[in-house]
Design a protein around this ligand. Structure first.
Ligand code: BES
Length: 458
């Protein structure tokens, strides 16, 4: 354990220290990106183990008392360093698992071999969320033995697969993760050059629906007409999930129009990569549709591939559905509502089987008080005077709601590591390196300010 001194680093010392650490942080980020740790079923989980070990090594290097923990699921890493007398303890959260890469042919370079192009570092997890891990490490390295707060690093290993064992894990390690403030480095900034503080996230329910109309495939000429194929039945069912305007029709889902920021439509279309002439769906402001209303998407379909499809009626077809839940909704209630809708709208007497995959609760954060002001001030400094925007996000981090239940008093600072061009979950995910330098500086400044607020209020 390094010797703690209480001498507070000045802003310019923090800046210089972060700048000094950045090359090493970048090299370690690249090392992490080379490990394809995917927690999804069917993937080789030995890589998730390796990735947990690599993270543990980084935390040990920062002088943290570190261990790898699990509760039936994938390994998480916990690292702790006690607070100097009178200083607050801050929990720093990130996750080390990544999403699958999808169609490799759409990647311009190997997803697990990081490369820099035009100021961005490309690779799966370069942004979501290995950049989050490294922002924490950057801040710890910058302070060295002059860290002004106590820290608990919690780096999860199955966030991208629904955090199924998280509740048990947090309950088991409740005492070790107790803290006054938490920094979740797994969200997005508002734009390149504009920081953000995330104040709400949507929840999620994923499930599969399978329809069967026949015991086996039969000749489409001999039987087509009177006999329904399962794929047509599935398409009809899926088409009942939205109205003509594109609003979700599942009864009982929560949704409100209360977002406080405008997302200019042209900018949004360009960032999404919407095709020329393509319509946006749903009604209300774009930010309402993204942040405070539900969304429903079909993520995949199992049916014969077109290249191999014979002239035969498809007996069985399956879709994977994902519902994003507005803040205030409840995943269990939402799943019941979705199941009831699917059963009620299944056409033509097809046999329907609905299987739950995973869920995560939405959350709202009351971003008022001295810790949030400290975060805003740190962001403003790191972005050379640009005020941060309070945003909601449409994505989900199940950890937050679980954590809120355990520690209702802790201030939860959800910070951005991604930018709107990061391409998280898609091909060619990347991290803007210039913004990443600001993210690292912001985190170090934030810890210094949290220490200051802690001393004043504690
Ligand atoms: N970093 C994202 C959450 C996020 C998404 C923040 C968009 C800001 C904008 C996180 O790692 C993530 O992708 N979470 C999953 C959770 C799910 C599998 C339960 C998601 O949202 O799909």
């Amino acid at each position: 354990m390094p010797v703690m001194t209480t001498s507070i680093m000045s802003e310019s010392e923090v800046r210089a220290a972060v700048a000094r650490e950045l090359p090493g942080v970048r090299a370690d980020l690249e090392r992490l990106v080379r490990i394809p740790g995917i927690a999804f079923e069917g993937f080789d989980h030995s890589h998730v183990e390796r990735s947990a070990e690599a993270v543990a090594e980084l935390l040990r290097g920062c002088g943290l008392d570190t261990k790898i923990v699990r509760s039936g699921g994938q390994p998480a890493v916990i690292g702790t360093r006690p607070a100097p007398p009178g200083a607050p303890t801050v929990l720093l959260y990130a996750h080390h698992d990544v999403q699958p890469v999808g169609d490799r042919s759409l990647w311009e370079s190997d997803p697990f071999e990081p490369v820099e192009r035009d100021g961005r570092l490309y690779g799966r997890g370069a942004a979501d969320d290995k950049a989050g891990i490294m922002a924490h490490v950057a801040a710890l390295r910058a302070f060295g033995d002059r860290l002004p707060v106590g820290v608990v690093l919690f780096v999860e290993g199955e966030e991208e697969y629904g955090s199924d064992s998280l509740e048990r894990l947090l309950a088991t390690h409740r005492d070790e993760i107790a803290c006054d403030v938490i920094v979740i480095a797994d969200s997005a900034n508002w734009d390149i050059g504009v920081p953000a503080l995330t104040t709400s996230l949507r929840g999620i329910v994923n499930c599969f629906v399978e329809l069967r109309t026949l015991s086996q495939a039969v000749h489409s000429g001999m039987f087509g007409g009177p006999v329904p194929d399962a794929l047509t039945a599935l398409v009809r069912l899926l088409s009942t999930l939205h109205d003509d305007a594109g609003n979700v029709t599942v009864e009982g889902l929560v949704g409100r129009e209360e977002a406080s920021v405008d997302y200019p439509e042209d900018r949004f279309r360009a960032e999404a990569g919407l095709v020329e002439g393509g319509s946006l769906i749903g009604t209300g402001r774009i930010t309402d549709r993204l942040w405070t209303k539900p969304a429903l998407a079909i993520l995949g379909v199992d049916a014969p591939a077109t290249a191999e499809a014979p002239n035969a009626l498809v007996p069985v077809a399956k879709a994977k559905l994902s519902v994003r839940l507005a803040p205030g909704d409840d995943p269990k209630r939402a799943y019941d509502a979705l199941r009831a809708h699917l059963e009620r709208h299944t056409p033509w007497g097809a046999q329907v089987t609905i299987t739950f995959e995973h869920d995560g609760a939405p959350c709202v954060i009351d971003a008022t008080g001295p810790m949030f002001d400290a975060a805003r001030s740190a962001f403003r400094t790191a972005w050379d005077g640009t005020d941060p925007v309070d945003i909601g996000v449409g994505g989900s981090i199940p950890f937050i709601a679980t954590f809120q239940e355990l520690f209702p008093e802790a201030a939860i600072l959800v910070t951005g590591v991604e930018d709107p061009h990061a391409g998280a979950h898609g091909p060619n995910e990347s991290l803007h390196l210039g913004e990443f330098a600001r993210v690292c500086l912001a985190e170090a400044l934030l810890l210094a300010k949290v220490a200051e607020v802690g001393r004043q209020t504690g």
